[in-house]
Design a protein around this ligand. Structure first.
Ligand code: HEC
Length: 101
């Protein structure tokens, strides 16, 4: 009995890792410059390691003005959560804006 439970658990964790990250994702462009470490932590899971898109849209050349970029990040948009300056600093935000615009 115990063994079956362990095997079931193993399967669950395997399938979770399997569909984890297919980073870089779909089409669309990524950043032309280097993205911050904050981007890797806060954004890459949805927008791809290079901002090329995934669950969220590709960001290269698609960030609009600095103020709309800031508003999207700080307030969230659609299914994107808001991300505060305590986890993603203004410095990282500004640097990533420049790399993506
Ligand atoms: C949980 C997934 C997720 C995370 C994490 C996330 N985003 Fe998003 N992002 C989205 C989705 C989904 C959209 C599309 C929202 C919509 O328009 O409905 C989006 C939209 C955007 C847009 C607008 C793009 C456009 O087409 O106008 C920008 C800019 C953006 N995200 C930047 C960021 C940045 C920078 C971070 C990290 C600080 C981040 N996102 C983190 C999912 C995410």
């Amino acid at each position: 009995m115990k063994k079956y439970i362990q095997i079931a658990f193993l399967f669950t964790s395997l399938s979770l890792t399997a569909c984890g990250s297919s980073s870089g994702g779909s089409s669309g462009t990524g950043a032309s410059g280097t993205l911050s470490a904050g981007f890797a932590v806060n954004c890459a899971s949805c927008h791809g390691a290079n901002g090329g898109g995934g669950r969220g849209p590709a960001l290269g050349g698609n960030v609009g003005s600095l103020s709309s970029f800031t508003a999207t990040v700080r307030s969230g948009r659609g299914s994107m959560p808001s991300i505060s300056s305590s986890s993603y600093s203004d410095t990282d935000l500004q640097a990533d804006y420049n790399a993506l615009k």
